[in-house]
Design a protein around this ligand. Structure first.
Ligand code: MTE
Length: 324
């Protein structure tokens, strides 16, 4: 008997997307059609319009920033147009072409709150934060739990610099990151079945690891809105859903946070989400990935190839679902 087992990159979207989310996608698409958004997706004019808006970013003069050559990747860089038009940002829709809808996000003024178990809570304007931080460029792999990956030049600063600024008290164990919440610009946030705002977190040890990067730019320019402007996380040994976009709040706490995806579907998307080709997602294999720049299928690496930086953090952890 011949049974065709689809490879993970051949998965229909109904398999690669959590089922309840997939079923709700129709509602989103219907709403977008009503708003006239579908017609403009993918057209060159819409792409140009979206990027003309990005050119007005007040941080534009800061870029490009010096590249830190410690962090490079042997694979080819993903073309900018692909990395900036194939995105996940559920606030703007549960499909990949949210880059037009995301232009509705106002990124100035933008205030970042630092609160919880810190010496002194604060609110800091994004441009003041950018002025304080040592900006550099790093080329990182970026691997989504859905089975696709890219290689991108992020600009930003090490997250440990933000932790230093926050000065957490000795009892703090986790840092929780939250995305903005505003239904008037983010149609996805009108969908009450999602636990908005988008929330995820790291242990303090993870947040202060050398690799952990807060991203403010991409391809030598300010970060496009669809990629999570003005501030998003890149912790490249973890699946993409950990990489919170458009962050407005860092809270320090002694309790492990309930994250957006864990709250929705805890048996498929956990807190740790470290990349491991040998631990399949409950509905598909994680052994390989499709590079969305080249279309090539390549083997997935343990910790996405960053084991030398991060594996020590997990060596004594027992009974945790570290790879899901
Ligand atoms: N952050 C927010 N606020 N909303 C989201 O839907 N999606 C996550 C992550 N951060 C998401 C988010 C997922 S699933 C992935 S794979 C990455 O963003 C995608 O980042 P990219 O679009 O820059 O490739």
């Amino acid at each position: 008997m011949l049974i065709k087992i689809p490879k993970n990159w051949e998965l229909p979207e109904s398999k690669a997307t959590p089922e309840n989310v997939y079923l709700n996608r129709r509602t989103v698409l219907k709403g977008m059609a009503g708003a006239g958004l579908i017609a403009s997706i993918g057209s060159n004019a819409a792409f140009r319009e979206a990027f003309a808006a990005g050119a007005a970013d007040p941080s534009a003069s800061l870029y490009p920033v010096p590249r830190n050559d410690l962090y490079k990747v042997s694979r080819a860089l993903t073309p900018e147009k692909i990395a900036t038009t194939y995105n996940n940002f559920y606030e703007f829709g549960s499909h990949k072409e949210i880059y037009v809808a995301a232009q509705a996000l106002e990124i100035r003024p933008w205030t970042v709150k630092i609160d919880g178990m810190v010496e002194k809570e604060m609110e800091i304007d994004i441009d003041d934060l950018l002025a304080k931080m040592p900006l550099e460029e790093r080329i990182y792999r970026h691997r989504c739990v859905e089975g696709w990956s890219m290689v991108v030049p992020w600009s930003g600063f090490p997250m440990k610099e933000l932790v230093k600024l926050a000065a957490p008290t000795s009892g703090a164990k986790y840092v929780v990151m939250q995305t903005f919440q505003d239904k008037s610009v983010a149609p996805g946030q009108r969908q009450f079945w999602y636990p908005w705002p988008y929330t995820d977190g790291l242990t303090i040890e993870e947040a202060t690891n050398d690799l952990t990067f807060l991203v403010t730019g991409l391809y030598g320019k300010p970060l496009p809105k669809q990629n999570g402007s003005p501030l998003r996380l890149a912790a490249p040994w973890k699946y993409g859903f950990k990489q919170v976009k458009s962050i407005v709040r860092f809270s320090f706490t002694d309790k492990r946070p309930e994250t957006f995806w864990e709250t929705l579907i805890s048996n498929e998307y956990g807190f740790w989400a470290n990349i491991n080709p040998e631990v399949p997602h409950p509905r598909w294999s994680q052994a390989e990935e499709r590079d969305i720049g080249t279309g090539e299928k390549i083997p997935t690496l343990l910790y996405n190839g960053y084991g030398e930086y991060v594996s020590d953090m997990y060596k004594d952890m027992k009974g945790e679902r570290l790879f899901m």
